[in-house]
Design a protein around this ligand. Structure first.
Ligand SMILES: [Zn+2]
Length: 311
C-alpha cells in the first residue's frame, strides 16, 4: 500500500494538495489557539440569572459585554407554572447575581429559596423594589353569587415606567457585584432609560387617541400596562384557570356590549376560549406577548396591534 517512491504524477499532485491543506489547517489551528487567549476574558463576565425574558433584555442593556445572562423561564413557558431543569441549577451555581422579579411570580414563590440555597454567595436583586404593586381583579360567578377575587398582580414589567425602576435596581446590583465597572453600567443604564422614556411617550401619545379603551385578553398580564395608559383590561382567564361555560357567555355579552372586535391572547396559553369568544362576536384573535425578550420592540408591536382595533 505505502508506495511513496513510485507515485504517479496524479498521485504527486494529490499528495502536494493534501500537504497544502494540512498546512492551512495547522495554521488555522495555530490562529485558533492564539485567539483563544483574549476569549478567556469572557469567563470573567458577571454571571447573572433572571426569571423572565424581559429581564434578560434589561440586564444585557445595562451590563453589555460585561455580563452573561441566564434566563430560567424559557421562551414559550409560563412563569406561573414553570419548573427549573437540572442544567439550569448548574448555571445558577456559577452565577454572581440573581435578579428576581420580586412581585410574587409563582416561579419565584415556589423555587427562589431553593435557587438561592444552591448558591448562597450570589447577590439577589429585587427588581420590584420601588414599584407599586396593584391588585389583579378577576370576576367569578359561583351559583348565582357574584364574587370579586383579588390578589397582587405580578406582571410589573408590562409598564415601561416600572421597567425603568427594574433597570435601576439591576444597575445597582451590577455596581455592587462589579464596582470596577460602575461607570460603564451607569452610562448604559442612562442610555436605556432614555429609550424607555421614548417608548413610554410613544405608547402614551398613541393610546391617548383611542376611543374604545377596553380590551379583552386571555391571561391578565396587562394590568400595569392598562393602568399606565388609562385603559381597561378584561381578562378571560380566572385565577389561572380556563373560564367556565357561564363565564364565557358573560364575556361574550361583555365583548358585544363594549364593541370589542379583537380578542388578545398570549402565546404561552391555549387560545381556545379566546377563539370561542372571537367567533361569537365575529372578531378575531391576535397574539400579544407579555414575555418577549425584545422589550421595546415588543411594546411597539403591541401598540401597532392595539391602535387599529381600539379606535
Ligand atoms: Zn402571567
Amino acid at each position: 500500500m505505502v508506495k511513496i517512491a513510485g507515485l504517479t504524477g496524479h498521485e504527486k499532485v494529490l499528495k502536494r494538495t493534501k500537504t497544502i491543506i494540512a498546512c492551512i489547517l495547522a495554521t488555522g489551528l495555530m490562529f485558533a489557539v492564539l485567539s483563544c487567549a483574549p476569549e478567556e476574558e469572557e469567563d470573567e463576565r458577571v454571571g447573572v440569572v433572571v426569571t423572565v425574558l424581559p429581564q434578560a433584555e434589561f440586564v444585557e442593556n445595562v451590563g453589555g459585554e460585561k455580563v452573561s445572562v441566564t434566563v430560567l423561564v424559557p421562551p414559550g413557558a409560563s412563569p406561573h407554572t414553570y419548573e427549573p431543569k437540572p442544567a439550569q441549577m448548574a448555571a445558577l451555581a456559577e452565577a454572581e447575581m440573581y435578579a428576581k422579579v420580586g412581585s410574587g411570580v409563582e416561579f419565584e414563590l415556589v423555587w427562589l429559596d431553593k435557587l438561592i440555597a444552591a448558591n448562597k454567595g450570589m447577590t439577589v436583586v429585587d427588581c420590584s423594589k420601588g414599584t407599586e404593586l396593584q391588585e389583579i381583579e378577576t370576576e367569578g360567578e359561583h351559583e348565582g353569587e357574584h364574587e370579586n377575587h383579588s390578589r397582587l398582580d405580578p406582571h410589573i414589567w408590562m409598564s415601561p415606567l416600572n421597567a425603568q425602576i427594574m433597570v435601576r435596581n439591576i444597575c445597582d446590583g451590577l455596581v455592587e457585584v462589579d464596582p470596577g465597572n460602575s461607570g460603564y453600567y451607569e452610562q448604559n443604564r442612562d442610555d436605556y432609560l432614555q429609550q424607555l422614556t421614548e417608548i413610554d411617550r410613544k405608547m402614551r401619545d398613541g393610546l391617548a387617541e383611542v376611543k374604545n379603551r377596553r380590551f379583552m385578553v386571555y391571561h391578565p398580564a396587562f394590568g400595569y400596562f392598562a393602568s399606565e395608559y388609562n385603559l381597561e383590561m378584561i381578562a378571560i382567564e380566572e385565577e389561572g384557570k380556563e373560564p367556565t361555560a357561564a363565564s364565557l357567555v358573560r364575556l361574550i355579552e361583555k365583548a358585544k356590549a363594549h364593541d370589542i372586535k379583537v380578542i388578545f391572547a398570549e402565546p404561552q396559553f391555549n387560545p381556545k376560549s379566546a377563539e370561542v369568544i372571537a367567533e361569537a362576536i365575529g372578531g378575531r384573535v391576535v397574539l400579544i406577548d407579555p414575555l418577549a425578550r425584545d422589550y421595546i420592540g415588543n411594546l411597539r408591536l403591541i401598540l401597532s396591534e392595539m391602535l387599529p382595533v381600539m379606535e
